[in-house]
Design a protein around this ligand. Sequence first.
Ligand code: UT7
Length: 333
Amino acid sequence: MSTITAAITAVGGYVPEYVLTNKILATMVDTNDEWITSRTGIKERRILKEQGQGTSFMAIKAAEQLLSKNNINPEDIDMVIMATATPDMPVASTGVYVASQIGAVNAFSYDLAAACSSFLFGMSTAARYIESGRYKKVLLIGADKMSSIVDYTDRTTCIIFGDGAGAVLFEPNLEGLGLQDEILRSDGVGRPSLKIDAGGSILPPSNQTIADKQHFVHQDGKTVFKFAVSKMADVSEKIMQRNNLTGDDVSWLVPHQANKRIIDATSRRMNLPQDKVMLNIHRYGNTTSATLPLCLFDYENQLKKGDNIVFAAFGGGFTWGSIYVKWAYDSKQ
Ligand code: UT7
């Protein structure tokens, strides 16, 4: 009997219409296009402006886009994993709501939170359910409404983040395609460097926490940058080494889109030319859980069956890792 591997068989994505450019940001905080572009690679990001719409709104759009494009009946989905750092609400899983809204009435669902590594860790989780042989269609969605936790008077964070959603479907594969290997890591040493202080069980929300702006995301950018540059490159190099892959063998790097300089450091270590690196940071900024699937969404028509693809991410916590995938289908366009 052949071994079951877990392959990505469909991709979907969604970004909100409103475009927040560097130029607009420069009217809100003391910054400028030159600084943002040279330090991060970001030119603009999308923001979900409408009142009352949360992360689920974008997740549903991305999932529905995937389902309709690929003629998939939502009733056939076994499971929905919702990777997010900005759930609709602290209790009542966003994924459960999304699954019901898209008509995945036979699925079970839950949220998976590992900051910017949520989607990467979700790939590992989705793959295990498929490889077990018990589940045939696992929908993994990465979505974040970062604008809901960003302080638009703080120039060190508001220039980085954007809103968006992406989705992929995992299905069993009998040709050995799909997820091949993974290196996933975490280290609580990073907790003080990237966090929201209030709103959790340590510091429940109060008038004081609001006044002190403790419900916004805070990061020590320099420390996060230093860890991200070395850790993301380390695991990406290691996964190539232990799978006997050279830069020539790798078709694509799909890196978390936090800072172009972090991406460049990783691709340099992997000996990859720029044209093998998926990039959309200039258009979307850092969409946290959505960066990896939005890259796939943007580049899907360039992918070929058998392509060796290395995914890499680094996020708060700290959390980070690398996953090696053999792509399972030729472009459907
Ligand atoms: O996705 C999850 C993980 N997150 C990340 O990976 C983010 C990692 N960190 C970063 O990407 C970078 O650290 C930032 C983009 C956040 C900041 O870039 P940096 O090169 O580390 O800048 P810095 O914090 O060292 O600041 C350099 C200077 C400072 O001024 P002084 O002290 O040198 O006078 C800042 O006050 O730039 C100033 N600055 C700005 N100037 C214009 C900081 N933010 C801005 C801004 N516009 N938006």
